[in-house]
Write a protein that binds this ligand. Structure first.
Ligand SMILES: [Zn+2]
Length: 303
């Protein structure tokens, strides 16, 4: 009797089970792509050429003039249960492209010092980023649309990361195929004395050297990078500047991109260039002002 019931249950389930792996499309490329219904009666595919569909996908999914910030959803403080269920990262179109500050200090991150009468200023951070731009809605309408448009999302946008923590969280939240499809990366970070001596691992910035090395390794494995641009703020006394810059630049030297630029706020000595002479990047110098109103000086954010 029990066996009969189990057979009936399996038959009933099989009617509703999809013919493709449950993890697709989240692991697109890592597992077999399902058979796709050609959707011949859908005007999008029946009447529009591939070129026109690509134009639509680009209009919906990309913006060549703005960073697509990848904001890490920090788990601390865990005040409420819903905060623990958040995804590792959220996206946010840049609203502050003309900012003179280092990119990690953009107003996009919603952080500031709050002045309250009668008490010390309080730093207000945003642990969880909420986005309601429906960027991915089109991708989720149909498997053919997803299959056609997903590469455009990764290929045609400039993904901006706030130091290694943002990049590591993003890379671990998508499939290898999607990660390797990224063509444009901008990364902004701060290196200071603490980053040289492994003194910090719970706050950012500055960079944790171990995270930074892993970040460099992941950048080096990207096969299709068109542009890789970084702005690195170095804060240290002149005596230790070369050591600091070596620690910051060495993990990047083997990455490959058609346009590979590293912007520094200080100039290292010729000895650093001697040791990095095989590096693939070009360096520019720019002293950006600090966003003291929002960050004060020497602020560290909880990871
Ligand atoms: Zn921004």
């Amino acid at each position: 009797m029990r066996e009969t019931l189990n057979k009936a249950l399996r038959r009933a389930r099989s009617v509703f089970e999809p013919s493709y792996h449950a993890a697709w499309p989240l692991r697109d490329g890592d597992i077999a792509k399902p058979a796709l219904n050609p959707q011949r009666r859908c005007p999008l595919f029946e009447k529009l050429s591939a070129e026109l569909r690509i134009t639509i996908y680009r209009a919906v999914l990309t913006d060549p003039h703005r960073f697509l910030h990848i904001c890490r959803n920090r788990e601390w403080p865990k005040r409420r249960a819903w905060e623990r269920k958040q995804r590792k990262v959220a996206h946010l179109w840049c609203m502050d492209m003309d900012s003179p500050f280092p990119t990690w200090q953009h107003a996009c991150y919603g952080e500031r010092y709050e002045q309250n009468p009668g008490s010390l200023p309080r730093f207000v951070s945003r642990c969880i980023t909420k986005t309601d731009d429906k960027l991915l809605s089109l991708l989720l309408t149909c498997r053919i649309v997803y299959s056609e448009a997903l590469p455009i999302l990764y290929r045609d946008n400039t993904f901006h990361f706030r130091g290694a923590p943002g990049l590591l969280a993003f890379q671990s939240s998508i499939s290898t195929v999607q990660w390797h499809a990224v063509h444009h990366i901008h990364l902004s970070t701060l290196y200071d004395r603490a980053a040289m001596f492994y003194l910090q691992d719970e706050v950012w910035p500055p960079e944790n050297p171990l995270n930074w090395e892993e970040c460099g390794r992941l950048l080096c494995e990207l096969p299709s990078l068109e542009s890789l641009k970084l702005d690195i703020t170095a804060q240290i006394d002149a005596r230790n500047l070369d050591s600091l810059l070596m620690a910051a630049l060495n993990p990047l030297k083997s990455a490959n991109a058609k346009v590979f630029e590293v912007e520094l706020n200080v100039k290292p000595s010729p000895a650093v260039w001697d040791r990095l002479r095989e590096a693939n990047f070009v360096t520019t110098f720019r002293e950006r002002p600090e966003n003291v109103e929002a960050y004060g000086t020497g602020i560290s954010l909880s990871l």
